[in-house]
Design a protein around this ligand. Sequence first.
Ligand SMILES: *Cc1c(COP(=O)(O)O)cnc(C)c1O
Length: 395
Amino acid sequence: MKERFMNTYARTGLVLDHGVGARLFTVDGTEYIDFTAGIGVNSLGHGHPRLVEAIAAQAAKIMHVSNYFLTEPSIELAEKLTEATGFDTVFFCNSGAEANEGMFKLARKYGSSKNPDKNVIVTLKQSFHGRTITTVTATGQDKFHKFFGPFTPGFVYAEPEDIAGLDALLGPNVCAFAFEPIQGEGGVRPLSRAYLQAAEKMCRERDILFCADEVQTGVGRTGAVLACERLGVRPDVTAIAKGLAGGVPIGAVLARGKAADVFQPGDHGTTFGGGALAASAALVVLSELESPGFLDEVDQKGRHLMELVEGFRHPLVKDVRGMGLMIGIGVKVDPHKIVDAARAHRLLTLTAGDDTVRLLPPLVITMEEIELGVAALKQALDDVSSAPNLVPELK
Ligand SMILES: *Cc1c(COP(=O)(O)O)cnc(C)c1O
């Protein structure tokens, strides 16, 4: 079986069967606490009754009709999502990379309609924007670039937090500056409010679209609907995806003001995007997010988790970073060792960058599950520090 898959993932070997909230069960019945949420996708956890019911009901009614037609769930989602985020218009697609592609195409059309050479997109070093040729080009990490050239022209990388450097790069040929408010795959590295506000101001003055990739940080992950709200900036365009439909593939490009009506019929499209099934799932996620206290609880749970990990004062831990339930633990060893050791203690975690253990629990995780997971993490850190070479490398 295994050799029938292309060899693209360093998988764990676990075969998962079902889940309840923040707990996952393998086919042979072993239970795990889930601090991964399918890489920030399962925002409402596993087996959420309202989500399951909405998907089943919609599947029985209508699943897909193409974008030549509308369905009620997609109309309602366009309304609720723009309302919840304060944007004017939305384009639905199927993934994070596709949302970023849409954002870049929008920015290039916007720029080139002002000046044919205004097509350069500035992104950040250590960023991650996806796996298509263009989004991998936008990704400011060399390790994603080998093998896949030639790359899409017109991408330039800035050093995060270097305001003077960004100032020098944002010339008349730039149509967009795109950033993750917290760099996810690059190591859970938050950008500062001062840097983002300076970048926003420069973009406004130079008629450059200020574009957020909130594919990972969006949809409640950081304790706000979008992380940019917490950082005091208002992007012209924002891409979201991962958590939006709680596990059903979806992506969205949100735009406001001068960016809202750039596309005209024929400019851009997708076969599956905004289908009734994904839209009905996303409507449940948004309605849960908007229930009283939900986002505050995400923030409180995140703070509690961070405080517990900081409280270890563990010799392997360098620092704990993050916002809401997007948390990075900087460690002094290969983070894969900690992830493997945690799995042995029935806790699922992720890595990010070269030195970070990343935690992205379902937003509905309970305080009790957080405490159980953190206890397992402590044991994993102890295991690795007492016998660093006994822990198997991730295969
Ligand atoms: C995951 C991610 C992407 C890519 O999303 P896919 O759905 O895998 O295409 C893009 N940007 C960020 C910030 C991400 O975290």
